[in-house]
Each structure stands twice: as structure tokens, then as C-alpha cells.
Design a protein around this ligand. Structure first.
Ligand SMILES: [Zn+2]
Length: 660
């Protein structure tokens, strides 16, 4: 089986994991799972970066030994394995493991023996937060752009790596995609950086300043290896580079695909320093570097030093692991930046998972129960009206493979969810409940079999994204574990007729109301210093004054209320109104009647997410013209500090009925 090796960057362990790193490790896990689905022999590594000087300071502040601090914090990262459903094969710790220390020493010695490490007095502006030297032009107002602190001027004797020697080789390596950087915009940035002229860089620190923490320079215990030099070597050390053992040969030297996943902020280390170190040590280079962007909250970068950190574990507890995985992989651009919001998280769970995917499964199971005795029916020959579903289903696997190989997880999910939507429409238009009234059992069998096959295929292809729920659904359909593969997802007709299905509880319960912590709360938590004296929800309010005391609301009697006719309706079509960024044009069905309603909710809903939703409208409102378009009725919606949500009945109802 062809090998595939994939790694995440190893995070500093000076705080708990935040949502930005959860994105990286979930992306990497999904890739590992997809490649396994494709039949590859995958090895997936993550770990923790523990030799930073920052840890020494934090431990001093807490009054505990540094080793104790990093062991405690490394556990927070190792714990992600369970609550994020990760499938990593290994987890490496850089401060406590001999395989890492010996590997880092070996890499250093190889570079040193090749004449690429020399000693020099070095002076520069050093940010302790980043653990790197800055040139004055890189600072913003004299401060580190990431940490907003003034870097220290440090002068010391260091070992220096001869990066400049590799200028041309690196240029060729990246330009030719021999080491391919994805996406292309990041490749261009790296090329520009290399072409601007590479400077030799410092790869050690005085042991005294490091207070003895870190890996001593081989042959010179007065210095420790620079944390980045040691950290990068984890990728080969975990495989046993120190002894060049079997794993190292299989998953590095002879492996046809060695892939790193990392954030855009540390791309230079991975795209420039790391391959140069490997060239110097005569170690094979990685093949690809996949880079993702940042998750923002309120358009601000998440960072430990800004204090606006969202805890991924808390989200999985509230919403579920697969729900968070799905949200991060589908909502956040795979290679660009994205915005995290609880409102969008809840909308995505309700529209994509509860309505589209979960509801399709429930319907199929329920109808198989009602019309086929709870068994997968025997299907006859498909007719031309089944063609689209069949060809879309069997062709999807290869499309998804192609997209995943291009590191376009977003589109792979979109295309798979398109099959889910198509299957919903197929069930809708074939209406097995009508066929049942007509007594057309043969056609019922065919339609339900086809729908279940499409669901099987979509579920296999979504399983790297939502490993828990998809596996559960497949087992309920009677699919065996060994048949969850790309090959089986590309074949039609594998569900066995007569197989018992088990409907079970809905896989994705709807989130009925906003149960999330609002972004406003996050904003309040961000003002860390104020936390003790302000209560969430009150911090932004003003002190009551005479002006702010509200008058008592005017009361109405029941007859007055009865004049307002509220009715249930279903949105059957939705589109944006050109040149109006807030307006959506909706076609809604109230019983037999269809009418057009304009609603100012474009900021909160995409047109596609609305179709099929049941709503409440004010039915007897005088028709009005908005932007030249007639609006006949008004949609009921709730608004709070997080935005606007439309009101849905708790369960599907017959539309047109009066709401009282
Ligand atoms: Zn900094």
C-alpha cells in the first residue's frame, strides 16, 4: 500500500488549545482519514513544542518546575485526541522524549559537519513572545506586530545557520513545486521572501538565558539549540531519525508523499528554514506544505496574548464533536481566513446537518419501516428518471478525491452535500407516500433503495469530516466497517436487499434556540482585566439615567390582537435582490397559495439555507412595494445582540394554518 505521511505543526504549550489550532488539527485529521479512505497507508503525527524560553518564565511565575508546567499543558493538547475524534498515530513531546533530543542533536551535527553552522556575535531586536529577532522595518510602531510589545535589544554570541548558501536551491525547489506550497498565494509570498535575499539566522541561545531549559548544543553546553530548529526536527525524530529505523525509512525516506499542514504565520520556518536544514543534513525533503489561514472573531485575530480565545472543548460539549468538525471544515475557508460565530455554527447545524443530512436519513429509515417492513428493499431496474441520482452518486468519489488532493476540503464537502440535497429532491419528487396510496410497491422499493444507496455513498464520503455520526449512520444501514472505502463509495448497488435497518434516534437534533455563548460575551472576556468587576451581559450596558428608563408599553385587548393574522408558511424559493445587500426575495407557500415576501435578512441567511424552512408570517399586512418589488406579508424574526433569527415551528406543520 502506498504510504502517506502527514503532520500538524506542533503548538507551543504555554496555554490551552484554542479554536485556531483545533482547525489545523481537524483539517489534518480529515486529510489523514480521506487518504485512508482512498486506500493509502497513512501515518499522522502531532505533538507539542516544549523547549521555548517562555515556558521557563511562565513556570517561574507559577512557582513550579518548567518540566511540570509543560507536562501539564502538553496534556491539554493530547486530550484533543478524544474530544475532537482525532486519528493521529503518534504524539511527540519535544522536552521529555529521547527520540526527539537525539534526533535534534543528530540533525544539528549533520549541518555542523557540513560547514553550515558557525559562531558569531549577534545583536538584534528580540520578541520573547515570538522567540525571534526582528529587523526594525518589521515592527509596527516599534512593537512586535503579533504581541504588541516592544522587543528587547539583545546582544549575544550565537551559532548561526548558513541559510544564504541555499538561496538558489530553495528558489528552484519552491518555484518548480518540487516542494509544493498550497495555496498559490502563499507560494508567491515565499518566493518573494526568498528573492529578497536570505540572511543567515541564529540557531542557538545562551544556556544561561535559557536557564538550562532546552536541548544543549552538541559539543558546547554553554548554548542550547534554538527552539525552532529543534521543533522542526520533530517531524523526522518521531519516526526515529536518530537511529534511522524502520518507521523513518517507510514513512520518510521511501514515502512518496510527505506533507506538512501549518498556519500561514509560521510558513517561513516550514517553507524556507526547514528544507534548508534538511538539504544541509542530506535528509530527503517534504513534498507539500498545506497552509491555512486564521479564524477571526469580530474581525480580530485570535491570539493568546489578546485573550480572545475560544475553547474548542467547550463547543464540543455544547454542540457535539462532529458538529464542530463539520462547521470548521465547511464554513471556514480551507486556505483563507474565516470568521467564527455561534450564530453561524447553529445555523449550519440546523440547515445542513439537521435539515438536509439528518432529515434525509430519518425519512429513508422511516419509510423503509413503514413501507418495506424495516428491511432494505429488493430494487428493480432503474428507469431514466433515476439516472441523475445514479450518475451523481457514483461519480462523486473521484471528484472528492481530486478536491482533497488539492487541499480543497470546502469544495469536497459542498459537492457531497449537493448529493444529499439532490437525494432529498429525488425523494420529494418521487413521493413514496403517494406511491403507497397508489399501491405501487415496486416503484417504492426502487425509490427507497436508490435514496438509501445515495445516502450510503454520501455518508462514506463525509465520514472523514464526521467520523462518529457517519459511521453510526452507515452501521444503521447495515454497511460493514471494512466497506467504508472510496472504492465502495464509487460502486452502485452494494446495499444488500433484505438487510435489517435500524432507524434509531435522529443523528443531529435541531438546535431550537440560541444556546451558544454570544460573541459579545467573548468580547467581554477579551477585556481580561475587567473580568472580576463586570458580569457577562452587563459590561456593555450603561448606567440607568432618567432618559434610559423605558415607558410602560401600551397594552392591547384580545380583539385588537385578533386583527393580526399570523399564518405558517414554507419558503420554496429565495434569492438575493440585486443592489440591495440586506434584502432577500422569498416565495412562500401558505397552503395552496404562493406569494412573494421581501425580508431584510440577507446578512444572516444565504438564500439556499432558507429553502424548505417553515416560518411564520403576518399574512394580512397590506402589500407594499420595496425597491420596485411587491412584498405581500412579513416574516417573523427574533433579534438579539448576535443578530436575527427567523422563527420556525418546532416540528413540520401543514402550512397556511393560523398561528395563535
Ligand atoms: Zn512577538
Amino acid at each position: 500500500m502506498s504510504k502517506f505521511y502527514i503532520t500538524t505543526a506542533i503548538p507551543f504549550v504555554n496555554a490551552k488549545p484554542h479554536i485556531g489550532f483545533a482547525l489545523e488539527i481537524i483539517q489534518t485529521d480529515a486529510l489523514a482519514r480521506y487518504y485512508r479512505l482512498f486506500g493509502r497507508d497513512v501515518r499522522f503525527l502531532t505533538g507539542s513544542d516544549e523547549n521555548a524560553l517562555k515556558n521557563v518564565q511562565t513556570a517561574e511565575k507559577e512557582g513550579i518546575p518548567t518540566a511540570e508546567l509543560v507536562a501539564r499543558n502538553a496534556k491539554f493538547f493530547a486530550d484533543m485526541h478524544d474530544y475532537l475524534s482525532l486519528s493521529n498515530d503518534d504524539f511527540i513531546r519535544t522536552s521529555s522524549e529521547q527520540r526527539h533530543r537525539r534526533g535534534a542533536e543528530k540533525l544539528w551535527t549533520a549541518c555542523f559537519n557540513n560547514g553550515d553552522i558557525y559562531k558569531k556575535r549577534y545583536q538584534g531586536l528580540y520578541c520573547l513572545g515570538c522567540e525571534k529577532f526582528y529587523v526594525p522595518e518589521e515592527l509596527v510602531g516599534g512593537k512586535c506586530p503579533d504581541h504588541d510589545i516592544v522587543p528587547e535589544m539583545i546582544e549575544e554570541e550565537n551559532y548561526i545557520f548558513r541559510l544564504s548558501k541555499y538561496q538558489e536551491q530553495l528558489e528552484r525547489l519552491i518555484e518548480s513545486d518540487t516542494y509544493k506550497i498550497v495555496p498559490k498565494t502563499r507560494k508567491n509570498e515565499v518566493m518573494a521572501f526568498i528573492r529578497s535575499g536570505l540572511q543567515d539566522f541564529s540557531v542557538s541561545r545562551p544556556a544561561q538565558r535559557a536557564k538550562g531549559w532546552g536541548i544543549p548544543v552538541p559539543g558546547d553546553p554553554s548554548q542550547v539549540i534554538y527552539v525552532w530548529f529543534d521543533a522542526l526536527s520533530n517531524y523526522i525524530n518521531a519516526l526515529g531519525y536518530a537511529d534511522e529505523g524502520d518507521l523513518y525509512k517507510k514513512y520518510w525516506v521511501e514515502c512518496p508523499e510527505r506533507v506538512h499542514v501549518t498556519g500561514k504565520d509560521i510558513i517561513r520556518f516550514h517553507a524556507v528554514y526547514w528544507p534548508a536544514m534538511l538539504m544541509s543534513a542530506k535528509v530527503p525533503l517534504p513534498h507539500r506544505l498545506l497552509t491555512h489561514g486564521f479564524i477571526n472573531i469580530d474581525d480580530q485575530k485570535i491570539s493568546k496574548s489578546l485573550g480572545n480565545v475560544i475553547d474548542p472543548e467547550a463547543i464540543t460539549k455544547r454542540y457535539g464533536t462532529d458538529q464542530l468538525r463539520y462547521f470548521l471544515l465547511s464554513e471556514i475557508s480551507t486556505t483563507g481566513d474565516g470568521d467564527f460565530s455561534y450564530v453561524r455554527l447553529e445555523q449550519r447545524i440546523n440547515s445542513d446537518l439537521a435539515n438536509d443530512y439528518g432529515n434525509l436519513a430519518s425519512r429513508i429509515f422511516k419509510m423503509m419501516d413503514n413501507y418495506c417492513g424495516g428491511l432494505v428493499p429488493e430494487a428493480g431496474n432503474p428507469g431514466s428518471s433515476d439516472d441523475e441520482l445514479l450518475s451523481s452518486s457514483t461519480g462523486l468519489g473521484l471528484k472528492v478525491k481530486d478536491l482533497v488532493e488539492k487541499f480543497d476540503l470546502n469544495e469536497a464537502i459542498v459537492q457531497t452535500m449537493d448529493l444529499v440535497k439532490l437525494t432529498n429532491r429525488y425523494v420529494e419528487s418521487n413521493a413514496p407516500w403517494k406511491l403507497f396510496k397508489e399501491g405501487n410497491q415496486e416503484r417504492i422499493n426502487l425509490v427507497l433503495y436508490n435514496a438509501a444507496e445515495a445516502l450510503r455513498i454520501a455518508s462514506i464520503l463525509l465520514s472523514p469530516v464526521m467520523p462518529g455520526k457517519c459511521r453510526e449512520l452507515l452501521l444503521r444501514l447495515g454497511v460493514e466497517e471494512k466497506d467504508i472505502t472510496l472504492a465502495k463509495a464509487s460502486e452502485w448497488g452494494l446495499l444488500k436487499a433484505g438487510q435489517k435497518i435500524s432507524a434509531g434516534e435522529p443523528l443531529f437534533p435541531r438546535i431550537e434556540k440560541n444556546i451558544g455563548i454570544s460573541n459579545t460575551e467573548v468580547r467581554i472576556q477579551k477585556k481580561a482585566g475587567k473580568m472580576e468587576e463586570t458580569k457577562p451581559g452587563l459590561a456593555d450596558s450603561v448606567q440607568p439615567t432618567a432618559d434610559s428608563i423605558k415607558p410602560v408599553e401600551e397594552l392591547i385587548d384580545i380583539d385588537c390582537f385578533k386583527k393580526v393574522k399570523l399564518r405558517t408558511a414554507e419558503i420554496i424559493a429565495a434569492e438575493k435582490v440585486p443592489n440591495a445587500d440586506k434584502l432577500l426575495r422569498l416565495q412562500v407557500k401558505l397552503g395552496e397559495e404562493t406569494r412573494q415576501v421581501l425580508a431584510g435578512i440577507a446578512q444572516w441567511y444565504t438564500p439556499e439555507s432558507l429553502v424548505g424552512q417553515q416560518v411564520v408570517i403576518v399574512a394580512n399586512l397590506k402589500p407594499a412595494k420595496i425597491r420596485g418589488l411587491e412584498s405581500h406579508g412579513m416574516l417573523l424574526a427574533a433579534q438579539d445582540k448576535d443578530g436575527v433569527v427567523i422563527l420556525n415551528p418546532q416540528r413540520k406543520v401543514e402550512t397556511g394554518g393560523e398561528v395563535r
